[in-house]
Design a protein around this ligand. Structure first.
Ligand SMILES: [Zn+2]
Length: 130
């Protein structure tokens, strides 16, 4: 887990960006939005996200380590709509409370993000996260 190629953000630090090469509005989209979203939902859900990482993943939009509370987000989310991005953030944070995508998980999403069903990514892998 420690050796994957990825880049990590901390709430107070901004990612290094090369300045001109990256395509504005795509690559930088999630860079700006995710810190805000994590921040906002930490308050709403009364939880702390100790660490989160954006990396390439082939089959998931996001993932959650329930032991360390470390969250991962797929770099492809940068191309997604902000509403969709928010759904993934909330989805992964909801795993702090519920391990599986069962009824209680759905109820939690319903209470926190009532329109979550319409926010799901258009590309559906076998599961959104873990
Ligand atoms: Zn999930």
């Amino acid at each position: 887990m420690a050796s994957v190629s990825c880049y990590t953000f901390r709430p107070t630090s901004r990612p290094r960006s090369a300045g001109s090469a990256s395509t504005a509005g795509t690559a930088s989209n999630s860079d700006r939005l995710i810190p805000d979203l994590v921040d906002r939902w930490e308050t709403k859900l009364d939880v702390t996200v100790p660490k989160w990482t954006i990396r390439r993943m082939k089959t998931k939009w996001g993932s959650c380590n329930r032991e360390t509370h470390h969250l991962w987000f797929n770099v492809e989310l940068a191309k997604s709509h902000p509403d969709c991005l928010e759904y993934i953030v909330v989805h992964e944070m909801a795993h702090y409370f519920e391990r599986n995508h069962g009824e209680r998980f759905t109820k939690l999403l319903d209470s926190q993000l009532p329109d979550w069903r319409t926010r799901r990514p258009s590309t559906q892998w076998s599961s959104v996260g873990s």
